[in-house]
Each structure stands twice: as structure tokens, then as C-alpha cells.
Design a protein around this ligand. Sequence first.
Ligand SMILES: [Zn+2]
Length: 172
Amino acid sequence: MSKKCELCGSNENLDNYIVVPRDEEIVVCSVCKEQIEDNSKIDETHWHCLNDSMWSEIDAVKVVAYRMLSIMKNQDMLDMIYLEDDILDWAKAGLPEEDEEILIYRDSNGVELAHGDTVVIIKDLPVKGAGFTAKQGTAVRNISLVQKDNTHIEGRVNGVKIQLKTCFLKKS
Ligand SMILES: [Zn+2]
């Protein structure tokens, strides 16, 4: 067993970390391990250590380096790190799922809506906080999609930018 953290070189509070899904063990310190296991605790300064360890001869170390760089979106270093194809597959297999699934926005008829579309309001809608009603039949041009919420789009009505429920709209 190595006497120091294979990622940052620290020799304090050493522990093993199992690199799934191949289950190879590497030696890591508690600081690295905590941040590997809980990405909300990532301290990017700490991971400057990858400048050295990304060149490790141990594949499992490079795999962890690649994953941490991916999570931190450090493209400069990702461009430098070199992994054989099968090692790269291993590294990618352990990356957290992207939580940005692709949302489809649909109008009241189930027609897909896209950024820049024009829609027509199909019923009178009181606009909270704006003090007016968006009237049935009003065309809303150049809509934008509300991020992470496919039940709403955004557009201008009476010159005011408001959010509208897609179920009260019809693409024109
Ligand atoms: Zn460490």
C-alpha cells in the first residue's frame, strides 16, 4: 500500500477508495475521499493536485482524476489528460448522470413548442401582479422556454414579459 494519497500526495488520514465499476483500490486521503464522494464539497483549489496525479501510471488514479475534472468542468486539463479508450470508458461509467434531461414543451394540442415560436392564448388569463388579463386570442410572438419547467413559456403580453402555462396556448 502506498504511503501517500495517490491524488494529492498527502500522507495524513489515508484510506482506500474503490474505483467502480472495476473495483480497483487506490490510496486516498480523507480530504480527497470526502470530495470524491460528496461533490457538493468540492474545493477546486485542492484539486490543483491533479496537475501531477493525472499523469499517474495507475489507471484507477487517472480515472478518478478524469472524473473530478469532468465534474469541475476543467476543460483545459481534460484536454491534456490521456486515457486509453477502455480506461476512458471506465472513467465515464462512473460519472454522475447529467440531471438536465431534455424537456419537451407542448401546447394545448400537444404540438411541440420551440424558442421563437408564436402562440395564441386560448382563454382569458388574469396575470398575477401585472394587473391585467391576457385576453383569449392574443398572439404572443417570439416566446422563450422556461428552463427546467416544461409547463411554462415566457413571452410579452401588453409589453410585459410574463410566464404563461403551455396548456392555455396554441401554436400558430
Ligand atoms: Zn488526497
